[in-house]
Design a protein around this ligand. Structure first.
Ligand code: PLP
Length: 419
């Protein structure tokens, strides 16, 4: 085995572990090596403190109050919207709707836009590497409207078959759903090119950015997509919080999907009229503290710089890929040319769940299973993979700890080669 070079002169460096309080707690008596960032990221002190300070200093309900705290909380909430707008480079604040996360954002589009616009004979096109949350809402919609769900196939290396994509697009296609970065493969999809092709066919495009926003610069105007969705908790922010970007021209004509307070102009027993966007889609008291936390998370990553994060994580990905391929009997699932910091793999003779459990005894947290992408696992003929997913606080030492723990597991199962 080649010894890894720990520090090279051109190696991008980030040293942010100290910003994340949880990373200093031991797990099972060992240093925590947290490599389950695709599932959720840890939170920097800045985010934890922002939420805490909100409850200590600013808590009130928003939009309807005339008193100081209500107006202050409203300002913080709307400042969070502006922060998301800047993160995604959306053209206007009204294009940002706060939701519970990626899943709710997609359901919002399916129930509001989908119900209003789909009918029998229409088609929705998704890719073979979507997370269940970008499959099931469309299936439900198809069941109810008679529309048809079609699927862009995935190649052996874990890329989309672009010839098939071109062939599947047609005048019946009303919407294309594409994951920006696959949570199960790490593939970065060519969303800009795919959006252009979809628009030429007359379809709208929804991009699932759950795994993208924390790892790369996102510009919805450059991508030119109609919808972009993400979750705060994968961006170093709180759980139960997320956002939908929707192009203003599309959003303004979408009907409400949930009714209640804050989303109306007037209500009578005969008829209600609805607020303008984005309030039309934010019924009830929202997760105000969550917006404050998300705002702090966005400021945190922007302070580090998304270009710097992308280049640092790419360096870790290259190192981890080289190191994993040194191990005997290991197969990487997802070897696309354009990849983000996700390593999905299977190891001969060891079930991914067993691998996850053994690594945990060394304080190494990875994920094992189908990663909510069962059709993709079926495509590769496997029940699941072990997945290590990187974040800005991971280090070369974390990568080496993963490899050492994998060696140990192989030794335990008698499947490895003595080094
Ligand atoms: N899409 C992708 C690509 C994901 O990785 C995930 C979560 O793992 C989701 C959607 C769903 O996100 P959430 O559970 O935060 O709604």
């Amino acid at each position: 085995m080649n010894a890894p070079t720990l520090v090279e002169s051109q190696t991008p460096q980030l040293n942010l572990t100290g910003d994340f309080p949880i990373l200093s707690r031991p797990v099972k008596g060992r240093r925590l090596v947290y490599l389950d960032n695709g599932a959720t990221t840890q939170k920097p002190a800045a985010v934890i403190q922002a939420e805490c300070q909100y409850y200590e200093q600013s808590n009130a309900n928003i939009h309807r109050g005339v008193h100081f705290l209500s107006q202050h909380a409203t300002d913080l909430y709307e400042q969070g919207r502006e922060s998301v707008r800047r993160l995604l480079n959306a053209a206007r604040d009204e294009e940002i709707v706060f939701t519970r996360g990626t899943t709710e954002s997609i359901n919002l589009v399916a129930y509001s836009w989908g119900w209003a616009n789909l009918k029998e004979g229409n088609e929705i096109l998704v890719t073979g590497m979507e997370h269940h949350s970008n499959i099931v809402p469309w299936q439900l919609l198809c069941e109810r409207t008679g529309a048809r769900l079609r699927v862009v196939p995935v190649t052996d290396s874990g890329e989309l078959d672009m010839d098939e994509y071109r062939a599947l697009l047609n005048s019946r296609t009303r919407l294309v759903g594409i994951v920006h970065v696959s949570n199960a493969l790490g593939t970065i999809n060519p969303v800009q090119e795919m959006t252009r092709m979809a628009h030429e066919a007359g379809a709208l495009v929804l991009v699932d950015g759950a795994q993208a926003v924390a790892h790369t610069v996102v510009d919805v105007q450059a991508i030119d997509c109609d919808f972009y969705v993400f979750s705060a908790h994968k961006l170093y922010g709180p759980t139960g919080m997320g956002a939908l970007y929707a192009r203003y021209d599309v959003l303004k004509d979408m009907p409400p999907w949930q009714g209640g307070g804050d989303m109306i102009h007037t209500v009578s027993f005969e008829r209600s009229t609805y607020a303008d966007v984005p309030q039309r889609f934010e019924a009830g008291t929202p997760n105000i503290a969550g917006v404050v936390g998300l705002d702090a998370a966005i400021r945190y990553v922007q302070g580090v710089g998304l270009e710097a994060i992308a280049s640092y994580e790419d360096h870790l990905l290259q190192l981890a890929t080289e190191q994993l391929l040194e191990l005997p009997g290991i197969r990487l699932i997802g070897t696309a040319a354009a990849k983000a910091g996700i390593l999905s793999f299977v190891v001969d003779g060891i079930h991914p769940h067993d691998l996850g459990t053994i690594l945990d005894t060394d304080g190494v947290a990875i994920r094992a299973g189908h990663h909510c992408a069962m059709p993709l696992m079926t495509r590769f003929g496997i029940p699941g993979t072990a997945r290590a997913s990187l974040a800005l606080y991971n280090t070369e030492e974390d990568v080496l700890a993963l490899v050492a723990a994998l060696r140990k597991a192989q030794k335990l199962f008698g499947t490895g080669r003595e080094a």
